[in-house]
Write a protein that binds this ligand. Sequence first.
Ligand code: C5P
Length: 224
Amino acid sequence: DTINRLNGKRVVITAGPTREAIDPVRYLSNESSGKMGYALAAAAAICGAEVTLISGPTQLTPPQNVSRINVISATDMHEAAMAYAEKADIFIGAAAVADFRPEHVASTKLKKKIGEEAMVIKLIKNPDIIANVAALTPKPFTVGFAAETNNVDQYARDKLTRKHLDMIIANDVSRSEIGFNSEHNEVTVFSEYDEIHFPHQSKDRLAKALIQTIANAFQSAMDR
Ligand code: C5P
């Protein structure tokens, strides 16, 4: 039944944006409220899972029966994710991780120089957290997100294959009524075996349906 579906299973979820410091008062970040990841954490806990939510900076309150680890940067999130993923049954990467970070972080506030009309900040690549989790042996059942503005299905399938994920949840973020700061979302879930569309609904309701789908696919993977 629904309530005890994930009894005793360890579920690790990343959520929210990461912040990449430029200097003590400035950073680069991504658009992300964290709502989808938090809703998934709440839904997994309701199903009896032991949930660790690794969260970037958000305005959200941690759901009941979820242990939250707060992180700021992608580097911090990567470290926490790798530590918890080793013991996880299911890993869900719902965070909007910054792909790049400034190579050098100034130790004091950068000042404008008179006559300077441009400045250059060199960015270096952040680790791909979910790809590194999916490369573990044994690896948890690994679920990613693909937030795209175009060619949503194709990019999602490419990511599933390239990052060796077990499942990917795709949403079209070019539509303002869903995604990002919205309370609602509409997604398509891709795995090697299926493609399932979830119509427009609240993120809370959608999270419950997605956790059921993930639990089913996890069970099938265990049985194979
Ligand atoms: O390649 P892209 O960033 O669009 O992939 C999205 C998926 O990968 C999401 O599940 C996101 O949480 C995860 N991701 C990650 N580490 C990164 C970049 C993305 O875990 N550095």
